[in-house]
Write a protein that binds this ligand. Structure first.
Ligand code: ADP
Length: 480
């Protein structure tokens, strides 16, 4: 498929370049297992040059006005929308999600860019009342400097959008490393930034060895901030490495989202929310419901309805217009889902629907509902990242809250109730950074996205989303 956003080179200092060694990595279409193209297998040296380019560009970029940066970001926003079809097709091709979801992601990327184009002009300092008659206290805001961004394969465009946009809005320059499975949607940002007219070196994108590129980004004293979205496991490794240079860090890590349905809830609405929350991107999002906790009295009805709706999902290649569930990212992901199902069955759970590889073969898996799930099962404890929905029974509100919180994660939680007092009680008791009440899909640029506990540090989106890219400077002006 000819796509002008498909680039097979790094974007460093405004130029499209190969790896020094000319070595490449194949990029595979998860729906067909066919090679789409290649990207450079870069390492330390390419990353070092990208950092140097970002550092040089920062010296002038930081002095641009907020209005200039805002206007460039608006142009970038317009370009994304004008080319959303090509960008969405590229995304589906390398990631697998249905084209409608890919288009939604590209629009979300545009929305982040527009939001931060607006926020760029609202980074205010302060003049604080001084305790001294002859001195003034000023608080000013500055961009932190060169930002490193490492992003995952599940949202290869929008995860970069919510790092790039606030960084550029704040006056920072960026070196980005997209996920190895989905580098083209990352590299497409290079094409877009070039077309929008961002000066060379302001945005740099390097593909290749995660370890080598990651180390260079973490240990470089020039890079002043690392923003990462990915697994908690790798996040912890990167955090430790960033300690050496005391970098600012933002971490969007794993989740284990509970979805609680109380017996006073509107069950049909809960099932509808459950389907979107669970099966978006075939369950491969960090805010996807991981475990359903359903109150005893409505448990059987909920399982039955959820299984019935799950059975209606049309599985197929993402580029086919009727598809609602694409393939998983790779065979490893399929094997992992199988392992979780096996573990649940061994420990006494049942399969309400699905439970095996899809007849289409390859990376396709049947959307699955597991009934009778218990806290001791791996699918309740670990992040699933696949289309399986374990459902567990509870008796009381206290039990539901305690079980929802019995995890090291704290990203998103959902619950359904018609009782206002309960809504406030439960909302206040959930140790999660984001809560959906009677809603299963809550992510939007206006809301601050981010987790508690081991799910992360910092917020992306919202008014707060630019804070992590800004240093606050206190100035005492004396002798007045
Ligand atoms: P996922 O399970 O979503 O693939 P990962 O945490 O493995 O999550 O990957 C997220 C991003 O982190 C990807 O861009 C990946 O290439 C990168 N990554 C993986 N391992 C490392 C590492 N050791 N150092 C730096 N980046 C890494």
């Amino acid at each position: 498929m000819a796509n002008r956003y498909l680039r097979e080179q790094n974007y460093i200092d405004g130029k499209w370049v190969d790896a020094d060694s000319r070595a490449t990595i194949d990029v595979i279409d998860p729906a067909t297992s066919v090679r789409i193209g290649t990207v450079p297998r870069s390492g330390q040296m390419e990353t070092r040059r990208a950092i140097a380019a970002a550092d040089a560009a920062f010296q002038t970029w930081r002095r641009t006005t907020a209005l200039e940066r805002s206007q460039l970001l608006r142009k970038l926003h317009d370009l994304i929308l004008q080319n959303q079809q090509a960008l969405a097709e590229l995304l589906t091709l390398e990631q697998g999600k249905p084209l409608a979801e890919a288009t939604g992601e590209i629009r979300a990327s545009a929305a982040y860019v527009l939001w931060f184009a607006e926020e760029a002009r609202r980074v205010y300092g302060e003049v604080v009342p001084s305790p001294w008659a002859d001195r003034r206290i000023l608080v000013t805001k500055e961009p932190v400097g060169v930002v490193a961004a490492i992003t995952p394969w599940n949202f290869p465009s929008s995860m970069l959008a919510r790092k790039l946009a606030p960084a550029l809005a704040a006056g920072c320059t960026v070196v980005a490393k997209p996920a190895t499975q989905t580098p083209f949607s990352g590299l497409a940002w290079g094409v877009l930034c070039e077309e929008a007219g961002f000066p060379q070196g302001v945005v740099n994108i390097v593909t290749g060895s995660a370890g080598e590129i990651g180390d260079e980004l973490c240990f470089s004293p020039i890079v002043r901030k690392l923003t990462f979205t990915g697994s908690t496991e790798i996040g912890k490794v990167l955090l430790a490495k960033c300690a050496a240079t005391v970098k600012k860090v933002s971490m969007e890590l794993g989740g284990n989202a509970p979805f609680i349905v109380f017996d006073d809830a509107d069950i049909d609405r809960a099932v509808e929310g459950a389907i979107t929350s669970k099966y978006r991107n075939s369950g491969q999002t960090c805010v996807c419901t991981n475990r359903f906790l359903v109150q005893s009295r409505i448990y059987d009805r909920f399982v039955e309805k959820l299984a019935a709706e799950t059975g209606k999902l049309r599985v197929g290649p993402g580029l086919e217009p009727r598809t609602q569930q694409g393939p998983l990212i790779d065979l490893r992901a399929v094997e992992r889902v199988e392992e979780l199902i096996r573990d649940a069955i061994d420990k006494g759970a049942g399969i309400a629907i699905g439970g095996k590889r899809h007849a289409l073969g390859g990376n396709f898996f049947e959307p699955t509902v597991i009934s009778g799930a218990g806290s001791e099962m791996l699918c309740m404890k670990e992040e699933i990242f696949g289309p399986i929905a374990p459902v567990s029974r509870f008796e009381t509100e206290e039990e539901a809250i305690a079980r929802a919180n019995e995890t090291e994660f704290g990203l998103a939680a959902y619950f359904y109730t018609a009782d206002l007092a309960r809504a406030f009680r439960v909302m206040g008791s959930l140790k999660y950074g984001m809560v959906g009440i009677n809603e299963g899909l809550i992510t939007t640029v206006e809301g601050p996205f981010g987790g508690f506990k081991e799910s992360g540090i910092g917020k992306e989106g919202g008014r707060q989303g630019i804070d992590d890219y800004i240093d606050t400077k206190y100035v005492c002006l004396g002798g007045l």
